[in-house]
Ligand binder design. Structure first.
Ligand SMILES: *[C@@H]1O[C@H](CO)[C@@H](O)[C@H](O)[C@H]1NC(C)=O
Ligand SMILES: *[C@@H]1O[C@H](CO)[C@@H](O)[C@H](O)[C@H]1NC(C)=O
Ligand SMILES: *[C@@H]1O[C@H](CO)[C@@H](O)[C@H](O)[C@H]1NC(C)=O
Ligand SMILES: *[C@@H]1O[C@H](CO)[C@@H](O)[C@H](O)[C@H]1NC(C)=O
Length: 778
């Protein structure tokens, strides 16, 4: 038996795929015939099935002396022995004379012994028929020149799990027929291209588990016959463009468990025949546009177990006509797959996406895969609303497998793998329901943006002068727009056609925050900031001035979601490190005033504007009508980060109002939303709305319910009726969180449900009913 560790190694993933492990597996079959010879004491002599490296079956006279604590070769070994098993003994030297008497010895297993010098094995005497030599788990540390010259027929050589730290350039000289070489899990720090010159027929090379950080360019040029290359667990950080050059016959390639931060697209273009590719367990953050393009023979691709993967971008996989199986699983931060991530995958049948942080899979992904038969989505925080409508619709369809097949193109049914574990986690009323059992009637048809918690950490530390990259993604229907707000309050929105963002602090606003940023004039391309199409903010050479709170805002017609991240910049001079860290929380104090003003007052609206010069993501606006004779409720709304003006609508004419701006960082480091920062004194202004043409003392509700202000008023009235109590400012604040419920209920006239679940910590992902609905930016 092979040692289980050698077989079940993760590195064997690919050799299982291409069935190159099959001989080893077959060898384990317990199918033996008696062999009547004089057998060495305690050994077993039998005729056993044996498969040559090219899978030909033999009835092999086998002497099995495994696990006997032998220090010497036992005697007598029958002369016609074909297979000699000496695994797991204490041998450090072989009796060359004894081996010479075995002209038909084909397979010699010396794994798990104590060999420290390869010359002590055959002692220079040729073993002309030996095809397979197992030396795993010995104590070899060096392979000298022509180490195996006495084994001219060798086809398989297993040297994994030794202490090899050096191999002479010509160590493998004379192995003209070698097909398989395992030198994985040793201590090799470099790969020497000269090793391979002697191995023109090599088909399988396992090199993984060696501390090699970079592969040489054209290192494998000599391996014209190589079909499978396993480079797992090596510490590779990147791949030179020509690292794989010359591997014209390569079909399977594994980079399992390395430190790659990007898909090595350029290097992969040099191996056009690739069928199986394993990139599991790397540090890849994004699968970017064009990362896998035109790999016309690729059949299976694995992108699993990546701690840092957050997003699969548009056209990440494009024109892979043979791809049938795609596995993207167990990526704890993967929350976004672009609706057009997969293009021209005409034969993809199996899509494994379980155990990620996906809230949905866009229907366009499904529609773009004409051959899809099964999808695995369990163990994801699935949102059973608009984006998942297709799943409910598919479930409602009659099953295609009933009745005889017809020529009519039957609607395609995609099978869910583990449907009982594919559960909704949002919205709250559908939580823990099976996705397949939720009807499309129960799923809302459109949805708010939601920035997944996993995509953006709350703190990111970078070194001064390095590149800062912040990924923000949100799926919603209608498709959301994303923008960023910098610590200085600058709003970085997408600009059409150019990767540099348009710096637009606030449209219509005259003296914007950006006028203070001498290096960033408004609405001109900035080299400094780059906003990538899907919502990634990139700052190429970050300076300590850019430390602070960054907020990503995703908004669509229904509302918005925001998430903030604190960026700490470590100074290059070590001494100053502390100072910068300290400054993270020490925001410059706000000026004496943020200049809140009522810039324009109409009959029923007022435009408020202000400037803060800071990113204050938990800013609120509250307003109250002032009458001399009565106490009136206060309404309040959150204001989206980066917004510096607000159109307060549905006011009453001829009325005095007092409006206050409550500034808060909210999501600042180590501070809850109720920290002292939020208790800052609000800025207030008062004004009187204009006279109407005819005075209308009562509030008029517009039937479309488009304005949030009117919703608030309506809610306030209902709550007053229900509760029969006077509003205080707390309740007014609660109104800001409740209007979403109202908005939804207005659409489905089944009744009004008011929930007061308001867990108001902005450091958590806002719940569906805590989203920001009210804001006006003009
Ligand atoms: C080795 O194998 C050959 C062919 O199978 C056979 O003729 C020969 O007798 C064998 N030699 C010994 C020593 O058994
Ligand atoms: C903008 O500023 C200019 C001069 O600073 C002023 O003339 C103009 O009226 C301002 N526009 C608005 C809309 O406030
Ligand atoms: C920290 O902030 C203070 C005041 O805002 C400033 O004077 C000081 O230079 C800052 N220190 C560093 C290291 O940036
Ligand atoms: C503000 O809202 C009112 C009422 O909806 C509208 O008439 C007015 O044009 C708006 N002003 C701006 C600048 O958008």
């Amino acid at each position: 038996m092979r040692s289980p560790s050698a077989l079940v190694q993760s590195q064997c993933f690919l050799c299982v795929l291409v069935s190159v492990c099959a001989p080893a597996a077959v060898r384990a079959l317990p199918h033996a015939l008696p062999w009547r010879v004089s057998c060495p004491a305690r050994c077993a002599c039998q005729i056993r099935p044996w498969f040559s490296p090219d899978s030909a079956h033999h009835e092999a006279p086998t002497v099995d002396c495994n696990d006997l604590l032998l220090t010497r070769l036992p005697a007598p070994i029958p002369p016609d022995t074909h297979t000699l098993r000496l695994q797991s003994n204490l041998l450090s030297e072989m009796d060359a004379a004894a081996l010479r008497g075995l002209p038909n010895l084909t397979d010699l297993d010396l794994s798990q012994n104590r060999f420290s010098h390869v010359r002590r094995i055959a002692g220079g005497s040729p073993l002309a028929s030996l095809q397979s030599l197992h030396l795993e788990e010995n104590r070899l540390s060096h392979l000298p020149e022509a180490s195996f010259a006495s084994l001219p027929a060798l086809q398989e050589l297993f040297l994994s799990h030794n202490n090899l730290h050096s191999i002479a350039p010509g160590a493998f000289a004379g192995l003209d027929f070698l097909l398989r070489l395992h030198i994985n899990n040793n201590r090799l720090a470099t790969v020497d291209p000269r090793w391979f010159r002697a191995l023109p027929r090599l088909e399988v090379l396992m090199l993984g588990g060696n501390p090699v950080e970079a592969l040489p360019e054209r290192g494998f040029l000599a391996l014209k016959s190589l079909r499978s290359l396993v480079l797992g667990g090596m510490g590779l950080r990147g791949l030179a463009e020509k690292a794989l050059e010359g591997l014209d016959g390569l079909e399977s390639l594994s980079f399992y468990d390395n430190l790659l931060t990007k898909v090595p697209t350029q290097a992969l273009r040099r191996v056009p025949g690739l069928k199986f590719l394993d990139l599991n367990k790397n540090r890849i953050k994004l699968i970017e546009t064009g990362d896998f393009r035109d790999m016309i023979h690729l059949k299976e691709l694995g992108l699993n177990n990546m701690e840092e993967l957050v997003s699969i971008e548009k056209a990440a996989l494009d024109n892979l006509p043979e791809l049938t199986k795609l596995e993207i699983t167990n990526n704890p931060r993967l929350s976004y797959i672009h609706p057009e991530a997969f293009l021209r995958l005409s034969r993809l049948e199996s899509l494994m996406l379980n155990s990620n942080a996906l809230s949905a899979l866009h229907q366009r992904v499904m529609l773009s895969l004409p051959s899809l038969q099964e999808v695995s989505l369990h163990s994801n925080p699935l949102r059973c609303d608009c984006l998942f409508h297709w799943a409910a619709e598919e479930a409602a369809r009659p099953r295609a497998d009933k009745g005889p097949p017809t020529d009519a193109p039957a609607p395609r049914t995609v099978r869910f793998i583990q449907p009982q574990a594919t559960l909704c986690s949002e919205p709250p009323e559908l939580r823990a329901r099976r996705v397949r059992e939720v009807s499309s009637r129960e799923m809302s048809a459109s949805c708010l943006p939601m920035i997944p918690v996993s995509s953006l950490p709350s703190y990111v530390g970078v070194r001064e002068g390095s590149k800062l990259v912040l990924h923000c993604r949100a799926l919603a229907d209608p498709r959301p727009e994303l923008y960023w707000v910098t610590p200085s309050g600058l709003k970085l929105g997408p600009s059409r056609g150019s990767p540099a963002p348009c710096l637009a602090p606030s449209r219509g606003f005259n003296h914007s925050a950006s006028t203070r940023q001498s290096d960033a004039p408004p609405c001109s391309p900035s080299k400094h900031y780059r906003l990538l199409p899907e919502g990634t903010l990139q700052i190429n050479k970050v300076t300590s001035r850019e430390a602070g709170l960054y907020t990503c805002v995703a908004e669509n017609a229904l509302g918005a979601d925001t998430r903030s991240v604190t960026v700490g910049v470590r100074s290059r001079e070590r001494k100053r490190r502390k100072a910068v860290a300290a400054n993270l929380s020490g925001y410059p104090p706000l000026g004496p005033s943020v200049g809140l003003e009522a810039r324009e007052v109409g009959e029923r609206y007022a435009i408020l504007s202000w400037q803060s010069g800071r990113n204050l993501p938990s800013t609120r606006l509250s307003w109250q009508a002032i009458y001399s004779n009565s106490h009136t409720p206060t309404y309040s709304t959150r204001v989206l980060a980066g917004t510096q003006s607000f159109n307060l609508t549905h006011l009453q004419a001829e009325t005095f109002y007092r409006v206050c701006l409550h500034l808060g960082t909210g999501e600042g480091p180590k501070r809850g939303s109720r920290g002292p920062r939020d208790a800052r004194k609000p800025q207030c202004v008062s004004f009187r709305t204009k006279d109407g043409p005819q005075s209308q003392p009562s509030l008029q509700l517009s039937p479309e319910m488009t304005s949030t202000a009117v919703t608030l008023l309506l809610l306030a009235i209902i709550l007053l009726l229900l509760a029969g109590q006077v509003w205080d400012s707390e309740l007014g604040e609660a109104a800001g969180t409740l209007h979403s419920t109202i908005l939804q209920e207005v659409k489905s006239p089944s009744g009004l449900i008011i929930s007061q679940k308001t867990e108001r910590s902005f450091r958590h992902q806002p719940k569906q009913n805590e989203k920001l609905f009210i804001y006006q930016d003009f």
